[in-house]
Design a protein around this ligand. Structure first.
Ligand SMILES: C=C1C[C@]23C[C@@]1(O)CC[C@H]2[C@]1(C)CCC[C@@](C)(C(=O)O)[C@H]1[C@@H]3C(=O)O
Ligand code: AKG
Ligand code: FE2
Length: 370
């Protein structure tokens, strides 16, 4: 059964990884231009490994200070670091990876019960069929909304979209999000210390949050040199906690070239997003990264995106604005940046600058119309 349409057909194609993964004639919409094609032998980027054990148990202040210094150095440069000794149960991480196929292994028609609509951030999306017309990512995704104060929000969402049979499935990602939320708040303490702010500064800002867990499922691809699992972008969100399986494929753009981030069992890859770059007044960098695919095996990753409450004002900490470092970005809300990425702009390497320009244009339009 063919799951995609001939080249000249303009109707959106349906992406079914179980079929396309073995196809050699890849639809043109998935082929990236030469200047964005991946280099599969990218050199490895060695990023600092932060042991957060001392932070979790309120232990040795010297160890916390050392971790904060390493975070400061990494975040001023490329915004990526590894986290170990994080307290997240390894069995929960394993189950979160194993259960992905309970959903992605379904018939396309079943998965489409949870179909994400344009402008929405949650549900099932396959390569953004119907959202973009070219440079389509070679992946299927399932995204959940997580708010710590809304009991069982993930579990109830899955039951609502897929039926009672998906309660156990939803329970696993509910527990996974609760663990990510706890770790995120510890990391926010460390980021506050690393910027010379009160440890509670960012922790309080994100205590109530409106976050996203995204399951990325990358089928094998017969032309891995011409396609991308996830295109080059910086995350528009605040902080990303990524768990990638042992297949490998995450790449970061640093020092003018692409580098691979090797999977480390039991470690999370953490990176600063655009919203946190604005909160730090540009001191910490939200950097370009992407995911490459391979022709042998499926790759899976779980990305937890910590986001503030929708209408909370995103404005830099006062201590980070001064004559040497004036305001870099306008005040905004996460709701407006999210809407920008969902309706007006495909998140890429320049999202925050394009968004800042868009905010200023919106404001001048408002002033112009009486
Ligand atoms: C707010 C978001 C938009 C994207 C998901 C996310 O929750 C955080 C990352 C964003 C994304 C992955 C950046 C690359 C382009 C994108 C379209 C994708 O490939 O998935 C982005 C996501 C989106 O759904 O717009
Ligand atoms: O799958 C990966 O390794 C990266 C995915 C990513 O960058 C994202 O979902 O924002
Ligand atoms: Fe990302």
């Amino acid at each position: 059964m063919v799951h995609y349409l001939p080249k000249d057909d303009t109707r959106p194609l349906a992406f079914d990884g179980s079929i396309l993964g073995s196809e050699s004639n890849i639809p043109s919409q998935f082929i990236w231009p030469d200047d964005e094609k991946p280099c599969l032998d990218a050199p490895e980027l060695v990023i600092p490994t932060i042991d957060v054990g001392a932070l979790l148990c309120g232990g040795d202040p010297l160890a916390v200070l050392k971790a904060a210094e390493a975070v400061n150095e990494a975040c001023k440069k490329h915004g990526f670091f590894l986290v170990v000794n994080h307290g997240v149960d390894s069995g929960l991480i394993d189950r979160a990876h194993q259960y992905m196929d309970v959903f992605f292994g379904l018939q396309l028609s079943e998965k489409q019960k949870a179909l994400r609509k344009v402008g929405e951030s949650y549900g099932y999306a396959s390569s953004f069929v119907g959202r973009f017309s070219s440079k389509l990512p070679w992946k299927e995704t399932l995204s959940f909304r997580f708010c710590p104060d809304t009991r069982n929000i993930v579990e109830n969402y899955m039951v609502h979209r897929m039926g009672e049979d998906f309660r156990d499935f939803g329970r696993i990602y509910q527990e996974y999000c609760e663990a990510m939320n706890k770790l995120s708040l510890h990391l926010m303490e460390l980021l506050g210390i690393s910027l010379g702010l009160d440890p509670a500064y960012f922790k309080d800002f994100f205590q109530a949050n409106d976050s996203i867990l995204r399951l990325n499922h990358y089928p094998p691809c017969q032309k891995p040199n011409s396609t991308l699992g996830t295109g080059p972008h910086s995350d528009p969100t605040s902080l990303t906690i990524l768990h990638q399986d042992q297949v490998g494929g995450l790449q970061v753009f640093s020092d003018e070239q692409w580098h691979s981030i090797a999977p480390i069992p039991g470690a999370f890859v953490v990176n600063i997003g655009d919203t946190f770059m604005a909160l730090s007044n540009g001191v910490y960098k939200s950097c370009l990264h992407r995911a490459v695919v391979n022709n042998r095996t499926v790759r899976r990753s779980l990305a937890f995106f910590l986001c503030p409450e929708m209408d909370k004002a995103v404005t830099p900490a006062a201590g980070l604005v001064n004559a040497e470092n004036p305001r870099r970005y306008p005040d905004f809300t996460w709701a407006s940046l999210l809407e920008f990425t969902q309706r007006h702009y495909r998140a890429d390497m320049k999202t925050l600058d394009a968004f800042s320009k868009w905010v200023q244009e919106q404001e001048s339009n408002k002033k112009a119309t009486p």
